[in-house]
Design a binder for this molecule. Structure first.
Ligand code: NDP
Length: 453
C-alpha cells in the first residue's frame, strides 16, 4: 500500500499551482489540488484577465473619438458599465471551466475547501485529512489596505472588477500597477479620477523617463495626480466619501479604492507550528528550487513574494515539477523578465532601468525616441510615445529596453527575447525595421543622449 494518499498535494489552484500540478501529473505523479475559492486564482478570476478585458472596454472610448479624424461620423456613443462587467464575468466563468477541465484531463483531483497543514506530509481540509509525499503551497496574495481610519469604506481591486455602477468620481490610493491600470480604466470611461501617491512619482522601479511620460499623458486625459501625499483618513456620508490627505486637503468622491500592494496568503496554513520559515514581510522563505525550510514542503508564486507576476509563478510551478518529479533540478532565471502596466497608454519594459544600469554598469549609452504616433497625425490626439534603449558602453550589450505608448506590452515581449539572447546595440542596428510601425524605432535609434547623471 502507498505510504501517502498522493505524491503531491498543491494548496491553491491559481496559475502557478495549476501549472505545477498538471506538469507533475504528466510526469506520472498522483496529484491533488486544494482550492477554497474558484479555480484559476487571482490572475484568471480577479486580476490580470478581467482587468485586461476592462482595459479593452475602456480603450474604445478613445478609439471612437479618434475615428472621426479618419472620416467616420460617430454618433454620440452609449456605454453600459453593467454590460461590460456582465460580459467580462461570462468570459471569466468560461475560463474557470477551462481550468477545471485542464486539471481533470491531467488527472489531478480537485478538493474544494481550505487547507491547514498538520505536519510535513499531511493536511486537513473540512474535517478530512489528506497525506502526500510533497506539499506545494501556492496560495497567492490578497490586497493589502493601509491602516487609516475609515479604510473599511475603501474597496480593493477585487471589488473594483465587479462594481454594479461606474463611479462618477473615484479616488485611487497607491501608485503601482493596479492604481495606474484602474485609473486608466475609469478615466477613459469618463470618471473623474484622482490618484494619491505617497512617493514623488508613480510606479517605483520602472524607468523614470517612461513614468514621467506616462504621468504627462494621464494628465492630458484629465486624471489627477497627487504626488507625495499620504491619505490619513476616509469618511463616508450617505454615498459620498471624503479622503483627507496629510497636507490638510480633502478629496471628494463617490468611491475610494486602495491599490496599496498585496500581502502573501499564509494565514491559517499553520506555518509556525511546522517551523516553516517566513521572511520579515510574512512571505514564505524558499531556496532557488522553491523548497521551504521544511523538507518535502515547497512554495511558489506570490506567497513567496519573489517577483509577483503570473508568468513568473507559472515558471516557478514548472521548475518545481521538473525538480521534484522530473529529477532535473531547475531554478527560475529572474533576469530580464519583461513586465507591463496596462495603463492608458500602457508602459512596458525589460532589463535595467537607466538608474539601475548606471548604478550597476557605470558608463552606459542611452537612446531615447519621443514621437507622436502616426495614427494621431489624423486623429489629432495630443499623445506622445517614448521608447528607450540602454546599452553598456563597454560591451555594447543592451541592458534595458523600455516603452510608454500604444502596444508597448506587445512590442516589449519581442524585445525581451533579444535581451535574453544578450543582443548588442550593433545587432539591434543590423535588424531591419517593419515600416511604418512604432516598434521599428527600436532598431533605428542611432545617436545616444548626451551624458547625464
Ligand atoms: P504595487 O506594489 O505595485 O504598488 C503599491 C503602491 O501603493 C505603491 O505606489 C506604494 O508606494 C503604495 N503604498 C503602499 N502602502 C501604502 C500606504 N500605506 N499608503 C499609501 N500608499 C501606499 O502594488 P499593486 O497593489 O499596484 O499591485 C500588487 C502587485 O500585483 C504588483 O506588485 C504586481 O506584482 C502585481 N500586478 C501586476 C500587474 C501586471 O503585471 N500588469 C497588474 C497588477 C498587479 P511605494 O512605492 O512608496 O511603496
Amino acid at each position: 500500500m502507498a505510504r501517502y494518499d498522493f505524491d503531491l498535494i498543491t494548496i491553491g489552484a491559481g496559475s502557478g499551482g495549476v501549472r505545477a500540478s498538471r506538469l507533475s501529473a504528466q510526469m506520472g505523479a498522483k496529484v491533488a489540488i486544494i482550492e477554497e475559492s474558484r479555480v484559476g486564482g487571482t490572475c484568471v478570476i480577479r486580476g490580470c484577465v478581467p482587468k485586461k478585458l476592462l482595459v479593452y472596454g475602456a480603450h474604445f472610448a478613445e478609439e471612437l473619438e479618434d475615428a472621426k479624424g479618419f472620416g467616420w461620423t460617430v454618433p454620440k456613443p452609449d456605454f453600459s458599465w453593467g454590460q461590460l462587467v456582465a460580459n467580462k464575468n461570462r468570459e471569466i466563468d468560461r475560463l474557470n471551466g477551462v481550468y477545471i477541465n485542464l486539471l481533470k484531463t491531467a488527472g489531478v483531483r480537485l478538493i474544494e475547501g481550505r487547507a491547514a497543514l498538520a505536519d510535513a506530509h499531511s493536511l486537513a481540509v473540512g474535517g478530512k485529512t489528506f497525506t502526500a509525499e510533497h506539499i506545494l503551497i501556492a496560495t497567492g496574495s490578497r490586497p493589502h489596505l493601509p491602516t487609516i481610519p475609515g479604510v473599511d469604506f475603501a474597496i480593493s481591486s477585487n471589488e473594483a472588477l465587479d462594481l454594479m455602477e461606474q463611479p462618477h468620481r473615484i479616488v485611487i490610493i497607491g501608485g503601482g500597477y493596479i492604481a495606474v491600470e484602474f485609473a486608466g480604466i475609469f478615466g477613459a470611461l469618463g470618471s473623474e479620477v484622482t490618484v494619491v501617491v505617497r512617493g514623488e512619482r508613480l510606479l517605483r522601479g520602472f524607468d523614470e523617463d517612461c513614468v514621467e511620460a506616462l504621468a504627462l499623458e494621464m494628465g492630458k486625459r484629465g486624471m489627477g495626480l497627487r504626488l507625495g501625499r499620504i491619505p490619513v483618513k476616509i469618511e463616508k456620508e450617505d454615498n459620498a466619501y471624503t479622503t483627507f490627505l496629510d497636507d490638510g486637503s480633502e478629496l471628494h468622491s463617490d468611491l475610494v479604492m486602495c491599490a496599496t500592494g498585496r500581502h502573501p496568503n499564509t494565514q491559517g496554513l499553520n506555518l509556525p507550528a511546522l517551523g516553516i520559515e517566513t521572511t520579515p514581510t510574512g512571505s514564505i522563505a524558499v531556496d532557488e528550487y522553491s523548497a521551504t525550510s521544511v523538507p518535502g514542503i515547497y512554495a511558489i508564486g506570490d506567497v513567496t513574494d519573489r517577483m509577483n507576476l503570473t508568468p513568473v509563478a507559472i515558471a516557478e510551478g514548472a521548475a518545481f515539477a521538473r525538480t521534484v518529479f522530473g529529477k532535473e533540478p531547475t531554478a527560475v532565471d529572474y533576469t530580464n523578465v519583461p513586465t507591463a502596466v496596462f495603463g492608458q497608454p500602457p508602459l512596458a519594459g525589460v532589463g535595467l532601468t537607466e538608474a539601475d544600469a548606471r548604478a550597476s554598469h557605470g558608463a552606459i549609452d542611452v537612446y531615447v525616441s519621443r514621437f507622436r504616433p502616426m495614427k494621431h497625425t489624423l486623429s489629432g490626439r495630443d499623445e506622445r510615445t517614448l521608447m528607450k534603449l540602454i546599452a553598456d558602453r563597454r560591451t555594447q550589450r543592451i541592458l534595458g529596453c523600455h516603452m510608454m505608448g500604444p502596444d508597448a506590452p506587445e512590442i516589449i515581449q519581442g524585445m525581451a527575447i533579444a535581451l535574453k539572447c544578450g543582443a548588442t546595440k550593433a545587432e539591434f542596428d543590423a535588424t531591419i525595421g517593419i515600416h511604418p510601425t512604432a516598434a521599428e524605432e527600436f532598431v533605428t535609434m542611432r545617436i545616444p543622449e548626451p551624458d547625464r547623471k
